[in-house]
Design a protein around this ligand. Sequence first.
Ligand code: ZN
Length: 519
Amino acid sequence: MDHLPCRRKVRPEGALDTGSLGPNIAAMNSSEWQQSVRRACSPCAFHIQRDLANRGKRSASLKLVTLLGVWLIALASGVAAEPGQWKAGVAKVTITPTEPVWMAGYAARTGPSDGALVDLYARALVLTDARNARLTIVTMDLIEIPDTLRQRIVDALRTNHGIKPEELLLNVSHTHGGPMISAKTVADWGIPAVWGQRADNYVRELVEKVNAVVGTALSNATPATISYSHARCGFAMNRRISTPGGYTLGLNPDGPVDHDVPLLRVRSSEKKLIGLVFGYACHNTALGPTRKLHGDYAGFAQRKLEKDHPEAVTLFLMGCGGDQDPQPRRHQEDAEQNGLALASAVEAALAAAQVQLGATLSASLEMCPLAFAPLPPRHEIAERAKSGDGFVSRHARWVLKQWPNPDDQPADYQLPVQVVVLGQKLTLVALGGEPVVDYSIRLKRELASDGRPVWVAGYANLVSAYVPSRRVLLEGGYEGTQAVIYQSLPGPFRTDVEERIVASVHRQSKLLHGKSEAK
Ligand SMILES: [Zn+2]
């Protein structure tokens, strides 16, 4: 099979029942974060006030009013205009499975992993501003962040390091060369259960490693300077093509792309390069369904950059590449070539003029409720349950089981939408799921003002569903409607999904920048 970009089930069925489709009921049972959500939010109570005055000299408090049923989780840290200095710490740890696992991303594989082509890593950067506001970025060479994994990492980092959810940005590269990390996925693919146990074991070790690598980054903190720049890289190509039979996957050189390569440069006070955060909006699918573990083009790019800058840890932030594929692709040489191209773009960004970012940081996080389109009549779903396609029939049976009555409709999907402002200049947006490129194009256009740079990442904090734009939803095709059966969603989102997400971003950005400018 040439292209099976995301044929994966994403979470245990129980978690899906209540965690992803309902108001986070399962999460509430296990996560302090979700407990705070329950306390702070209700469908008709949309105010959270966190007095930031006790962080410093300010006496102002902050009141967030959410609209359209968006549930606000928290506002993180204050913004200060006083001069000061960053502290930054970085660390990395290999998360390559130590025993064979079943790999995620391609249904064409017929056996477990057979060693590693390139090691997989979790990488951490902890930034602390002049007022001790903190942002922790953790990137992982994995395909997804199921709700259960997110909760476990959030809980561990909060318990052991005092990191609040709004201070944490998790991101995965979406490599299709990593392990399955859900026993549910293993079962859905008809793979022997022993590999599901391996997945569970792997996740247990993964959470411990992420906890440890963040602890190391914290202990490595040193006075630092931070700057932003960007360059361009051209191998991402839109993969949605219009055919007489509807939209399908292919090569669309005329489709929208985002070739931006944003870069955050972190240097010690001695001007030693200690950290690089860079982004790109493209699926990590340059390599085909090999059984060697690897991080795809992003893995090769990071390997090259860390070889050339041995004292730096490089973190790849996946962008809004839901409908983007690398070209050329399929062979190892393609992945290496794309990785080198991206690394070269990072070097170009390093050589370009830098926007210095003062030591101020603010961040916020909302859970944005995305509504599903009404379920079709039950008799139609029952027909699908007879399909010879195992994915189609399993999905239909699952829908009938979850929503058996004609009037049953799924609850909203809760998508994390995070906004971070650095140095009162750079706006970093981190969207959950697999957003299509329309989001980064639109948000960069709408948020840009006074030359302030905007960086839009996807694949952040919870990655278990495509996030189509209104255009893509109306067009249909894989990312709009078809992939839902591989991602354990009841059906496509409603067409107002884009407006809900964009409104959440604008609301948070305005709040954070307004706070910044008021200082
Ligand atoms: Zn994908």
